[in-house]
Design a protein around this ligand. Structure first.
Ligand SMILES: Nc1ncnc2c1ncn2[C@@H]1O[C@H](COP(=O)(O)OP(=O)(O)OP(=O)(O)O)[C@@H](O)[C@H]1O
Ligand SMILES: N[C@@H](CCO)C(=O)O
Length: 320
């Protein structure tokens, strides 16, 4: 459950006093998500999401995220749109945390993913990439190749005997990625966490994207590689090439990939697998006893990494 910081009726009413959003009707904490505290807030005007940014989010990055949502929303994408207060400010403080109100995005995330969902996702992601091309702020991806080794070192696997084999495998993989990571692919603003729970659907149609708090400036095709991992494996660990083909076809219906981007997909998929493996492993090894949020399984990504290590080229992802 992701409500780390509680708020009272009175505190919320005082906070809403800074806005022109009508009177508070009701509010409740949202159990989903692991990073921030989220509340569903109903007022006489509409329904909103109030987010209190918790410690993993760097305050200095918040303007990048907030302005990106505003930029994409202005371009007609269905993403949370930051709501300014009467003074024009979007970011303020509530109970010692940076806080913002954003618009509510309709839809639900898909628990069961059909290939057609992947096609919708691909097209929606490409639209987001195109819309983000003239976003003028830059945020380096601190969870890309330069950030993986420090994260790996902080997991301190040699200290734990059962992780010795994994330490050696991941060390070798990091050497490989550091030596072969592509340096000259098209770069832009990417979401960087487009997991199924951050993509909403109404029926079979994609209705919007949420959770821009890992967004950054990085290789556009890396977002696609993240989705190959997050959307195209079955629960038994097998890779569903039909889903992958649909994902790429959907993407290319809006933004065709260059030959170099296609050729780089296997290494980008390996990099994306190690990124989620390492953040999950770190959380797995460091989560406090009795914590409210259950850490996600790192081994799922170890298995995905092995799949990508074994592919001989982009054809493995359904590309011809
Ligand atoms: N703008 C929005 N419109 C509708 N629902 C939202 C919105 N923002 C958040 N939610 C709801 O809150 C939940 C948690 O939001 P979000 O994924 O941003 O949280 P998080 O703590 O940053 O999580 P994550 O673990 O995915 O990084 C979502 O699954 C969704 O149900
Ligand atoms: N999507 C991430 C969690 C943080 O957003 C994961 O599944 O590891």
């Amino acid at each position: 459950m992701a409500v780390y910081t509680q708020i009272s009726d009175g505190e919320l009413e005082a906070f809403l006093g800074e806005y022109d959003l009508g009177e508070l009707v009701s509010f409740s904490g949202i159990a989903e998500g692991v990073e921030n505290s989220n509340f569903l807030v109903r007022t006489t005007a509409d329904t909103f999401i109030l987010t209190l940014y918790e410690k993993r989010v760097n305050r200095d990055d918040l303007p990048f995220f907030i302005e990106l949502m505003r930029h994409l929303a202005k371009k007609g994408l269905n993403v949370p749109s930051p709501v300014p207060g009467r003074d024009g400010a979007t970011l303020r403080e509530l109970n010692g945390r940076p806080a913002a109100i954003v618009t509510f995005v309709d839809g639900v995330w898909r628990r069961r993913i059909r290939p057609s969902c992947c096609r919708e996702l691909g097209a929606g992601m490409a639209e987001m990439h195109v819309a983000g091309l003239d976003y003028d702020r830059v945020r380096e991806n601190n969870l890309s190749v330069a950030g993986w080794r420090p994260l790996f070192d902080s997991c301190d696997l040699p200290k734990r005997e059962i992780y010795h084999a994994m330490h050696n495998q991941l060390n070798m993989e990091l050497h490989h990625l550091e030596a072969h990571w592509p340096r000259d692919l098209p770069v832009g603003t990417i979401h960087a966490d487009l997991f199924p729970d951050n993509v909403f659907f109404l029926g079979d149609t994609l209705s919007g994207f949420i959770d821009f708090y890992f967004a950054c400036t990085d290789i556009l095709a890396y977002d696609l590689a993240i989705c190959l991992n997050a959307w195209c494996f079955e629960t038994d660990g097998s890779f569903n090439v039909t889903k992958a083909r649909n994902l790429v076809m959907g993407y290319e219906s809006v933004r065709p990939l260059s030959a170099a981007e296609r050729a780089a997909l296997p290494i980008l998929a390996r990099g994306s697998a190690i990124r989620f493996l390492l953040t999950r492993l770190y959380d797995w090894l460091n989560h406090p006893e009795g914590a409210l949020v259950k850490p996600k399984d790192p081994m799922e990504y170890h298995q995905k990494l092995r799949f990508h290590q074994g592919v001989s080229g982009p054809a493995a992802y359904g590309l011809t």
